[in-house]
Design a protein around this ligand. Structure first.
Ligand code: SF4
Length: 415
């Protein structure tokens, strides 16, 4: 792939990877550089720390722009790597610009949302609406745009009578499908693909190839429409790379039986030629409703460990309502734990597990300050143990660490 690689040394230093190795990953399409602002640019993909995206944005039933900006702050405070503006209501343009200027990290947008909102209907959404929206998002500084170009009218029709419990559960995918079905035309993003590449070429904007056909519950197993979409997205990513446009492929989002995750991810990576794999979830169970951030973290940790590169934070409000800022915090922290556990499966305890060792050392010395300093969410830890001078109330005078110290069997770790 022909690409400006001048940013690689700085990004490689932040990613703690050899610059030559990062360049090779980026030029082969196995990793992308994401971010229009060089200070905040990151790399996502194979051989790199697993990243976490945080969704936020207004909906027609819940449109508090100040709270969406609060979610941006929460995403940054608790270690999200990117945010996605999924707004579909209010002053979408103004909010997007505020999010981009406030985030301090790469921001992804999903142009079909605003294209449909601007047109007022699926039937009335034209190529002009779609291209004008993408152009505006690129101009405003979006680091990445999501399109659902990997399915055809025929694969939509094949969903009828397919026996799925859930049909299409991707919002952008369902909106793209509705444009296609209501107008009796092929997927507009597939039809406009070359025009979209022309808009992105030379901008540094990453193309995120969305996953419309993902399964919406664990009983909806891998099927032909899903496989067709992965193959189509792999071809589109290759074409994008030929034009110097970097691509991430979204896959396996939604809901997948835990026992199928390893094989599914290996198959996905094989089909796509190891392009960066973004997953939303996957949720390995339905019955955690109200705690879907935990279900997603379990699935996300496994997915990352088996080869996914980029997780989407899922909140406790998933499937129930638009999350508030507190929900987003829980979702980000859960996803970061999942990504971190996945990294230990991929890379062992070397590069990314120094904090774990230092936290354990602090714990062995009952040094609360050291433990808070290395925790993903020190605020949560401090809220349980607010007074650093006090003993932990769990065991009191029967504290195992204190007892072992008395007999000289406490930590002998040599720093
Ligand atoms: S009191 Fe119990 S839980 Fe608390 S630090 Fe000591 S051993 Fe651990």
């Amino acid at each position: 792939m022909k690409l400006d690689t001048s940013a690689i040394p700085a990004v490689a230093a932040r990613e703690r990877i050899d610059p030559g190795k990062l360049e090779q990953l980026v030029l082969s399409g196995s990793a992308v550089l994401m971010g229009r602002d060089e200070k905040n640019r990151i790399a996502i993909g194979k051989g790199l720390r697993t990243k976490v995206n945080v969704n936020l944005g207004t909906s027609p039933l819940s449109c508090d722009e100040a709270e969406e900006l609060e979610k941006v702050d929460v995403a940054r405070r608790y270690g999200g790597d990117t945010v996605s503006d999924c707004s579909t209501a209010g002053d979408i343009d103004a909010l997007r610009r505020s999010i981009i200027s406030r985030a301090g990290m790469p921001v992804t947008t999903i142009p079909v949302y605003q294209a449909v909102a601007a047109a007022g209907s699926f039937e009335g959404t034209t190529d002009g609406h779609i291209l004008a929206t993408i152009k505006k998002h690129v101009k405003d500084g979006a680091a990445s745009v999501v399109i659902h170009a990997g399915f055809s009218l025929e694969s939509l029709r094949s969903l009828k009578g397919s026996g799925r419990i859930m049909g299409i559960v991707s919002k952008g995918g369902s909106m793209t499908a509705a444009i296609s079905l209501s107008q009796g035309r092929e997927n507009p993003f597939a039809a406009l693909f070359d025009d979209i590449l022309a808009l992105l070429e030379g901008t540094g904007v990453v193309l995120n190839l969305g996953n419309a056909m993902r399964s919406g519950c664990v009983h909806d197993l891998k099927d032909e429409p899903q496989l067709q979409e992965i193959h189509a997205n792999a071809r589109l990513a290759a074409r994008a790379n030929e034009c110097g446009v970097q691509a991430v492929i979204e896959g396996l989002g939604g809901h997948v039986n835990a026992k199928d995750l390893k094989g599914w991810i290996e198959e996905h990576n094989r089909i796509t030629g190891n392009r960066p794999l973004f997953v939303a979830g996957p949720l390995p169970t339905e019955v955690g409703l109200g705690y879907d951030h935990i279900s997603a973290a379990i699935g996300g940790a496994m997915a990352a460990g088996y080869g996914a590169d980029y997780l989407c934070a899922i909140t406790p409000a998933e499937h129930l309502g638009l999350p508030n800022a507190a929900h987003v915090r829980e979702g980000v922290v859960a996803a970061r734990i999942a990504a971190h556990v996945g990294d230990s499966m991929k890379y062992g305890l070397g590069t990314y597990y120094e904090d774990d060792k230092l936290l354990a050392l602090g714990r062995s010395k009952k040094d609360w300050h050291a433990q808070f300093a290395h925790a993903i969410d020190p605020d949560a830890a401090k809220s349980v143990h607010p007074d650093e001078g006090k003993e932990c109330s769990m065991c009191g005078k029967y504290c195992a660490i204190a007892i072992m110290r008395k007999y000289g069997l406490d930590s002998t770790f040599d720093v």
